[in-house]
Design a protein around this ligand. Structure first.
Ligand code: PAF
Length: 283
């Protein structure tokens, strides 16, 4: 496995792999890797011959009051696990390598980025799309793997690839959960022991909606209310949103059952904002 810091080194390595007829996969990450990331790397290794993992804490997707500085970083630990997983390249650019000091052009992620996460984080998906488009351009992957935990991110990136005719297949992979249901996230490291216990309320709220839907409840507002009630019962949790949406368009649904549906929840546990989601019956 090679640890590469420059775009040219990655381009050269990818060109050589392509000349050998290899199918190229990219797993974009911000590092602090956990089993969720590793499931993406395993999926990539299973479907491609040459796997690039990028580790880049992308400053442009963080607002000034967010956790860019404190975001967990562990390049040595990440490299060791990626080597064991069989990644071919780890691309670890610095912000100065990634962005020219006078860079001006960004990707407008469109209306899909202004709902849900976009209401609290209005500049977030512009930063995500811009860096992901740059990573696609540098690594030229046939396949790119993203987790369903960031369900809106996956939808926005898929939409970007489609609308900009980017020659890459964006593959979504299932959420990986801790034994008690908490979705794996690098930000879980911020939680105190008490907050960590409280954080399971997100998954419990989703399971409540899932169970109701499986029992035949179709009213999306009622399912969202049930999630809200569940979150409200946890004193350490402050709800941001609990919604049932069309899984493809992210439009709010009146009823589940007709199109693939997704329940999405975002809540603060102490100072840490967590998100999670689940497919609902018919989804
Ligand atoms: O999901 C993430 O870790 C980031 O948003 C991504 C896709 C690596 C872009 O910086």
């Amino acid at each position: 496995m090679e640890l590469l810091g420059s775009k040219d080194e990655v381009r050269q390595a990818v060109s050589a792999a392509r000349r050998e007829g290899k199918r190229i996969a990219l797993v974009p990450t911000m590092g602090a890797l956990h089993e969720g990331h590793l499931s993406l790397v395993r999926a990539a290794c299973g479907r491609a011959d040459y796997v690039i993992v990028s580790i880049f804490v992308n400053p442009t997707q963080f607002a000034p009051d967010e956790d860019f500085e404190s975001y967990p970083r562990d390049l040595d630990g990440d490299s060791a696990v990626l080597r064991a997983e069989g990644a071919d390249i780890v691309f670890t650019p610095t912000p100065a390598v990634m962005y020219a000091a006078d860079a001006q052009v960004t990707v407008d992620p469109g209306p899909l980025a202004s709902v849900l996460e976009g209401e609290t984080r209005p500049t977030h998906f512009r930063g995500v799309c811009t860096v992901v488009a740059k990573l696609f351009s540098i690594a030229q992957p046939d396949l790119a793997f993203f987790g369903e935990k960031d369900f809106q991110q996956l939808a926005v990136v898929k939409r970007m690839a489609r609308d900009l005719d980017l020659p890459v297949r964006v593959v979504g992979c299932p959420i990986v959960r801790e034994a008690d249901g908490l979705a794996m996230s690098s930000r879980n490291a911020y939680l105190s022991a008490q907050e960590r216990a409280a954080a399971t309320v997100l998954y419990r709220s989703l399971r409540t909606a899932e169970t109701l839907a499986l029992d035949g409840e179709r009213d999306a507002a009622l399912l969202a209310d049930a999630m809200e009630e569940c979150i409200a019962a946890e004193p350490l949790a402050v709800l941001d949103y609990a919604l049932v949406v069309d899984a493809a368009t992210l439009d709010p649904l009146d009823a589940v059952g007709d199109v693939p549906a997704r329940a999405l929840v975002a809540a603060r546990i102490g100072a840490t904002r967590l998100i999670d989601n689940i497919a609902l019956a018919g989804g």
